[in-house]
Design a protein around this ligand. Structure first.
Ligand SMILES: Nc1ncnc2c1ncn2[C@@H]1O[C@H](COP(=O)(O)OP(=O)(O)OP(=O)(O)O)[C@@H](O)[C@H]1O
Length: 660
C-alpha cells in the first residue's frame, strides 16, 4: 500500500516534467547512435576494409566509430544536465516537505536527519535515471546494430538477453523488499548501538547488562537473517547477468560456424561480439546493480520522507525482532532511547506537577501496596540455582524498608527484579498495584544504583533528567537542600553550571543522582547502595529527604547499620531464609542480623560463616557480615508487626533450597 503510494507520486512527478523527459530522450538518442556505430563500424572496417585489402576504408570506418564515441560523450554530458532538471526539483520538493514537518513538529534533530536522507534520495534518484535510461538506449542501439549486420545475430543474442532481463525484472520486487528489510534492520542495529555504547558503564551500574544484551542480540539476529535472505535473492541478480550478458558471448562463439554458414561475415561476428561485450554487458551490469541496490534504498528513503497520503503511514517497516512479544516491540528503534534511559536509572514519569505538594494520606484498604512480591523466584540462568526463591512480601505505601544481607546474597538482584530490569522465573511483582514489568509500573519507580549516572550538561539538566519539563529553580534548590546537594551546587556555580562527571568524586555524583531521584515523580524509590560513597551524616540526610518526601516508599539496600536502624522495616536476606521485621525485633530473633549489626552470631553450633563485605556502623566501626546455614536448617517465617506494612505471614519463605 505504502509502496504504491510512492509509485503514484513518482509517476505524477515525472508526468509533470514531461519536457525534461523529452529532452533527456533526445540526448540519449545520441547514446543509441554511439552504441549502434560501435559494432557496425567495426564490422564494416573488417569486411569492407582490412579483409578486402582496403586499409584506408578500414581506417575510415574506425574513425567513424571513434567519432561516434565523441558524439555519444557529448550526448552523455547533455544527459547529465537533463538529469539535474529532473533531480533538483525532487530534492527541492522533499526539502520543502521536510522543513515544514520539522517546523511543525519543532524537532531540530529529526530535521537534520531528514535533510541527510533528502541528499541520499537525490543522489540515488539521479543514479537510477542514468542507469535505466542508459540501458534502454544502449540496448536499442546494439540490437538495431545486430539486426543491420545480420538478422541471425539477433536470433543468437536477443533471446538470452530477454531471458536475463525478464529474470531480473521478476526478482526485482522481492529483492527490493529484502534489501529494504536489510537496510531497516541495519539502521535499527546502528541506532541501538548508538544509544547503548555511550552508556555501557551506566548499564553495568544499573544491572541492565542482560536485558541490553538480549535486545542487542535480537537486533543482530534480525540483521543477520535479513542479510542472509538478501544474499539468497541476490543469486538471481547474478544469474540474470550471466544469462543476459555473458551467455550471449558464449553462444556467439559456439554458433560461429553456423552463423558463418548462414551469411554472417567475420566482420559482422566481431561487430556482434563488440556489441555484447562493450555495450550490452556493461549496460546490463549497471542496471542490475543500480536498480537492485539503489532502487530499494530510494524506495525506503522516499517512504520516510513522503508526507502521509490519505491516512497512509510514512514510517519504514519495523525490523523483524525475534520473539515478537510486546516487550520486543517496545524495544523497537524508536523506543530505544527511552528504554535505555529508564534502564539507566529511572523513569520520566508524567505525573502532575504539584505531586510534591500533596502529603500522602495514610494507607487504607483501598490503597494498593507500594510493593507486592508473590511467590517470587529468580535465577540468572535456566539451569542456575535461584538467587531468590518463593519470596512473598507486601510493603505498604509510605514504608521505609532496608534490605540487608551478606555480599552476593541477592540484594541488588531483588531491586533489579522489582525495578523490572530482570524477569522472574516464577511469581509476580506489582508496584503500586501495577504489574512489573510494564510501562505503568516503570513510571512508579526510580532505581539509583551504586555507580551514579551523571552526564555532561548543566547541573539543572542532570537533576531534572527524569522530569518531562525544566524544573523551576525554587523547587530545584529546595530539593538540593533536602538531599544535601546545595554545597556542591554553590561550589559548581549554581544550577546552570556545567557538570564534568570526571571532575566529581563518586560521592558527589551520588548526590546528583539522588537529587534526580528526589525530583522524579516516582513514588517508589529504590536505592541500591546509592549512598555508599557518602559519609554517614550525608547518607542519613539523603535518606531522611526521601522519607519526608510526600507519598514516597523508600527501599534501601543498606550499606551501614544506621540505615537499617532508621528504617521502618528490615528485610534480612540470608540465602534460603529471609527475616523481616523491626530493627529491635530482628536483633532478638535473627542471628544473621545480630551478626551483621553486632558482629556476634548465636547460638553456637552453626556451620562456618562465609566471608562477606563489612556492614559499617554509623560510627565508622566495621562489623563483619557473614552468611551461613542455620545448623537446624529451619527457615525463618517473618512476623511483621501489624500496622502499615505487615501482618504475620505477609512475608513467607515457604520452600528452602535443597529441600530442607
Ligand atoms: N548477571 C549475573 N549473572 C549471573 N549471576 C549473577 C549476575 N549478577 C549477580 N549474580 C549472582 O547473583 C548473586 C546475587 O548477586 P547480587 O549482586 O544481587 O548480590 P548482593 O547481595 O547485591 O551483593 P553485594 O552486596 O555485594 O552487592 C551472586 O551470587 C552473584 O554472583
Amino acid at each position: 500500500m505504502r509502496g504504491s503510494g510512492v509509485h503514484r507520486r513518482g509517476l505524477r512527478f515525472v508526468r509533470r516534467r514531461w519536457r525534461v523527459v523529452v529532452r533527456l530522450v533526445l540526448w540519449s538518442a545520441l547514446e543509441t547512435a554511439q552504441a549502434f556505430l560501435l559494432g557496425y563500424a567495426l564490422a564494416r572496417a573488417l569486411d569492407d576494409g582490412f579483409l578486402a585489402g582496403r586499409t584506408d576504408v578500414g581506417l575510415g570506418w574506425l574513425g567513424a566509430g571513434a567519432g561516434a564515441v565523441l558524439v555519444g560523450a557529448y550526448g552523455t554530458g547533455r544527459v547529465y544536465a537533463g538529469v539535474a532538471g529532473l533531480v533538483e526539483p525532487l530534492r527541492d520538493r522533499l526539502v520543502r516537505g521536510v522543513v515544514e514537518r520539522g517546523v511543525r513538529e519543532a524537532d531540530g534533530g529529526a530535521l537534520s536527519g531528514f535533510t541527510q536522507q533528502v541528499e541520499i534520495a537525490r543522489d540515488t534518484f539521479a543514479g537510477l535515471v542514468l542507469v535505466s535510461r542508459s540501458f534502454v538506449f544502449t540496448a536499442a542501439g546494439a540490437l538495431i546494430g545486430l539486426f543491420s549486420l545480420a538478422p541471425p545475430l539477433l536470433l543468437v543474442v536477443a533471446p538470452p538477453l530477454a531471458a536475463g532481463v525478464a529474470l531480473f525484472a521478476a526478482a526485482l520486487r522481492p529483492l527490493a523488499r529484502r534489501q529494504e528489510r536489510f537496510l531497516v534492520a541495519d539502521e535499527a542495529l546502528a541506532a541501538h548501538l548508538d544509544t547503548v555504547c555511550p552508556g555501557l558503564r551506566d548499564i553495568t551500574a544499573g544491572g541492565a547488562e542482560e536485558r541490553i544484551a538480549t535486545a542487542t542480540d535480537a537486533r543482530v539476529d534480525a540483521e543477520f537473517r535479513a542479510a542472509r535472505s538478501l544474499a539468497r535473492w541476490s543469486v538471481l541478480r547474478v544469474a540474470s547477468l550471466a544469462i543476459g550478458g555473458q551467455f550471449p558471448i558464449v553462444l556467439l562463439l559456439a554458433t560461429a560456424p553456423w552463423l558463418l554458414d548462414h551469411g554472417v561475415t567475420p566482420g559482422a561476428l566481431v561487430g556482434a561480439l563488440a556489441y555484447v561485450t562493450q555495450s550490452l554487458l556493461p549496460a546490463l551490469q549497471n542496471l542490475v546493480h543500480g536498480l537492485g541496490a539503489s532502487g530499494s534504498r530510494l524506495a525506503v528513503v522516499l517512504r520516510r520522507l513522503a508526507p502521509p497520503e490519505e491516512g497512509g503511514e510514512t514510517k519504514a517497516a519495523a525490523p523483524e525482532v525475534p520473539g515478537g512479544t510486546e516487550k520486543a516491540a517496545s524495544e523497537a528503534p524508536g523506543d530505544t532511547v527511552k528504554a535505555a534511559s529508564e534502564e539507566l536509572g529511572g523513569t520520566k514519569a508524567t505525573g502532575p506537577e504539584d505531586r510534591h505538594g500533596s502529603k500522602a494520606t495514610a494507607p487504607s484498604s483501598a490503597t494498593p501496596d507500594a510493593l507486592t512480591l508473590t511467590s517470587l523466584t529468580f535465577a540468572y540462568g535456566p539451569t542456575s540455582a535461584p538467587v531468590i526463591e518463593d519470596l512473598t512480601v507486601r510493603v505498604a505505601q509510605g514504608t521505609h524498608l532496608a534490605v540487608v544481607g551478606p555480599s552476593g546474597i541477592g540484594k541488588s538482584t531483588l531491586t533489579a527484579v522489582v525495578a523490572g530490569l530482570l524477569d522472574p522465573r516464577h511469581g509476580t511483582v506489582h508496584l503500586c498495584g501495577h504489574p512489573v514489568p510494564g510501562d505503568t509500573a516503570r513510571a512508579h519507580r526510580v532505581l539509583i544504583p551504586q555507580e551514579a549516572y551523571v552526564f555532561r550538561g548543566s547541573l539543572a539538566e542532570n537533576v531534572g533528567d527524569l522530569r518531562p519539563k525544566p524544573i523551576p529553580e525554587r523547587e530545584l534548590r529546595a530539593a538540593a537542600d533536602a538531599v544535601g546537594l546545595t554545597a556542591l551546587m554553590e561550589r559548581l556555580g549554581g544550577p546552570e553550571a556545567e557538570v564534568d562527571p570526571g571532575a566529581l568524586s563518586a560521592g558527589e555524583r551520588q548526590l546528583i543522582a539522588l537529587t534526580r531521584a528526589y525530583l522524579s515523580y516516582a513514588p517508589v524509590v529504590l536505592l541500591d547502595e546509592a549512598t555508599c560513597h557518602l559519609d554517614a551524616e550525608a547518607e542519613e540526610r539523603a535518606e531522611r529527604a526521601f522519607v519526608e518526601r510526600p507519598g514516597t516508599t523508600l527501599v534501601v539496600v543498606a550499606h551501614r547499620v544506621g540505615s537499617a536502624r532508621r528504617a521502618d522495616r528490615v528485610l534480612v536476606m540470608d540465602g534460603r531464609r529471609v527475616a523481616y521485621g523491626h530493627h529491635d525485633d530482628l536483633l532478638e530473633r535473627s542471628p544473621l542480623y545480630r551478626e551483621l549489626v553486632l558482629g556476634t552470631r548465636e547460638p553456637a553450633g552453626q556451620q562456618p560463616l562465609q566471608p562477606a563485605l563489612p556492614l559499617r556502623d554509623t560510627d565508622g566501626v566495621d562489623s563483619v557480615a557473614g552468611a551461613g546455614l542455620a545448623g537446624d536448617g529451619r527457615h525463618v517465617v517473618a512476623h511483621g508487626p501489624v500496622g502499615q506494612v505487615q501482618a504475620p505471614g505477609d512475608l513467607r519463605h515457604r520452600r528452602t533450597l535443597g529441600g530442607q
